[in-house]
Design a protein. Structure first.
Length: 249
């Protein structure tokens, strides 16, 4: 790969944002190879990459193509070296926050899906080895607190905050062990800290209310071994059935 073709270069970013599907696919495969072999990145390099990936999703125009691309983009964290995962995720969330208000109604669904897939992929990545990598977990939760679930930064669109809150427990549920004894290894209280801080510290009442609703989810009570009232349990089952709901802007 020449200097003019590096993933941070303008020609490469234009290939990711091309209107031609084949060109975008080839650029994404090139990027996958580059990411898997690169040892370190600057914050600026990752932000440039995510600008290209954002427009790669923007140009994706068919439902199946969009879903496949969201899966492929979320899968990029699997090929990164461990030390690059959190910076890569940080650039993803900063890009989503920066661009969110400019996403039109016709394109919103695919970005709602991308955010969902990224949160899910991150929980899966952190859950490896029974959540034993405490440092990686701490760094990612700090990323959530600094960007999508920031209590203080008023530049973060509330639409992004609300969507992350809407899907937070849904995506935790997908990696939650069914056996009660295995759940003990899940640091549930720590994983909820970004939501807890948002519920307490946000200066915006609707945001505090939405965060508190997430914390009151009956599934969390069940995972803690608390008694869930029968009618609440039925509501939780309805929520589980409606798992594909992408949230509101």
């Amino acid at each position: 790969m020449t200097d003019v073709d590096t993933p941070q270069s303008s020609p490469f970013l234009r290939q990711l944002a091309s209107s031609d599907l084949e060109t975008r696919t080839e650029a994404l495969e090139t990027l996958r190879i580059y990411l898997s072999g690169h040892s370190s990145f600057t914050s600026l390099e990752l932000l440039k990459l995510w600008k290209g990936l954002y427009y790669c999703m923007w140009m994706s125009d068919k439902a199946l193509t969009q879903q496949r691309l969201a899966t492929e983009l979320a899968g990029l964290i699997e090929i990164l070296r461990a030390e690059n995962v959190t910076p890569f995720l940080d650039a993803f969330w900063k890009t989503m926050a920066r661009e969110w208000s400019g996403i039109d109604a016709l394109r919103m669904d695919k970005f709602l899906r991308l955010v969902r897939f990224y949160l899910r992929a991150t929980w899966v990545w952190l859950a490896r080895g029974e959540w034993k990598d405490a440092e990686a977990r701490k760094r990612f939760l700090e990323v959530l607190e600094e960007t999508p679930l920031s209590a203080k930064d008023m530049k973060i669109p509330n639409g992004l905050r609300y969507h992350v809150l809407d899907i937070y427990v849904d995506e935790l549920e997908k990696i939650m062990p069914e056996e009660e004894e295995k759940r003990e290894s899940v640091p549930l209280q720590q994983l909820l800290e970004p939501v807890t801080k948002l519920a307490k510290q946000s200066p915006t009442k609707p945001v505090r209310k939405r965060a508190q609703e997430t914390l009151n989810d009956d599934r969390l009570k069940e995972w803690r071994g608390e008694v869930v009232e029968p009618e609440k349990e039925a509501e939780a089952q309805v929520s589980k059935i409606d798992d594909d709901f992408e949230g509101f802007d």
